[in-house]
Design a protein around this ligand. Structure first.
Ligand SMILES: *Cc1c(COP(=O)(O)O)cnc(C)c1O
Length: 359
């Protein structure tokens, strides 16, 4: 078999079992899980594994990804508030979209009317993370206007936490959300069955048996895909980290001085590198670079090597403490969410799928 490097190995069994664990935990608390596929550019095999794990639908931030997911014939949700220029596709392709702009919702209504459809939306509220969302004080008026639109159904309220400013779900913001929901239910007589108040960062709260949740829907990507808690990055109790492995090949291996020679300007990405002279070290270059991954988001499986830096096509590693290594060897890494996003999006990184219970 010819191997194509760099490559990312994807263990579909682990993605399925991570999904199962999270779905079970959430269902026991009355919460539905939507799996978020944007971290893998909506890779269809990964998406299928998530569906086998029991999620009720798939959610993605990009229409191109959702168009691809359409062939899986499951409920689809658009996570990023729609661009005015894509409302046609949104109504055609997805079942539910998240929204915060009245003007966009009015356009969605127009398109839905033309297509003789009812489009479902979740209104996003900004409870302090300061990414998308209607400010709480403006919510009621906007909901009231939307209620009169013929082809739009508000099915719930949602919020995003831990995204832009890293504000975490807590008693305060969840109570505030519940008050907003109750107000709209009572005053506007909109049923609002869905309270979609979170992502991976909400999962640790569910482990606490005393926790009572106002949320009945979570949109989860990172903890399913990488098995890690957000934002700590520690392994989540119920999930496995053995989902993805990135493999790159050693294309140069030499003992080299660590001090550089010549006058120093900026590197290829406009940064001035700090040079630490550690004498002569065993340096390796791997055939992968910033066009494929975020070097800061790669974690060597072997604790004996360190990443020194990267340019667009080269990753420089220190291999001084690694024994028995030779040109052509493969080096394995675990990935951060950002590095995974890059690797799965890059056409230069080969995707290899397998199915094993092994860690
Ligand atoms: C990306 C995203 C999520 C998923 O977040 P994770 O931290 O990966 O679980 C949920 N909701 C929205 C709106 C998103 O954009």
């Amino acid at each position: 078999m010819t191997v194509l490097n760099p490559r990312i190995e994807i263990n579909l069994a682990k993605i399925e079992s991570n999904t199962k664990e999270i779905v079970e935990l959430a269902n026991n608390r009355g919460i539905d899980i939507w799996a978020v596929t944007k971290g893998v550019a909506a890779d269809l095999k990964v998406a299928k594994a998530m569906l086998l794990g029991g999620v009720i639908g798939l959610a993605d931030s990009r229409m191109r990804n959702l168009i691809k997911l359409k062939e899986l014939k499951c409920p689809l949700m658009l996570l990023r508030i729609p661009m005015l220029s894509e409302v046609d596709k949104v109504v055609e392709i997805v079942d539910i979209s998240l929204n915060s702009e009245l003007e966009v919702v009015k356009r969605l209504n127009q398109v839905a009317k033309d297509k003789d459809k009812v489009h479902k939306i979740i209104l996003m509220v900004d409870l302090g993370d300061r990414r998308e969302g209607i400010l709480p004080e403006d919510l009621f008026e906007i909901a009231k206007e939307i209620k009169d639109l013929s082809n739009i159904e508000i099915i719930g309220l949602g919020t995003n936490l831990a995204c832009f400013r890293g504000i975490l779900p807590n008693e305060d913001n969840m109570t505030q959300l519940m008050d907003l929901v109750n107000n709209i239910r009572e005053e506007l007589e909109i049923e609002l069955p869905i309270i979609s108040a979170g992502n991976s960062s909400s999962l640790p709260l569910l482990l606490d048996l005393k926790h009572t949740s106002v949320t009945n829907q979570l949109r989860v990507g990172e903890t399913i895909l990488l098995g890690r808690e957000v934002p700590s990055g520690e392994k989540f109790e119920l999930t496995s980290l053995a989902t993805f492995k990135l493999i790159a090949e050693l294309i140069e291996l030499k003992d080299k001085p660590t001090a550089s020679k010549g006058e120093q300007g900026n590197d290829a990405f406009g940064q001035k590198q700090k040079i630490v002279d550690k004498g002569i070290r065993k340096r390796g270059i791997l055939g992968i670079g910033r066009q494929d991954i975020i070097p800061e988001g790669l974690f060597p499986v072997s604790k004996k090597m360190t990443i020194e830096g990267a340019s667009s096509d080269h990753l420089i590693v220190d291999l001084t403490d690694v024994e028995d290594i030779k040109l052509g060897d493969e080096i394995e890494f675990r990935l951060s969410y950002g590095a995974l996003l890059g690797a799965m999006t890059s056409p230069y990184v080969n995707k290899e799928y397998y199915y094993t219970e092994e860690e």
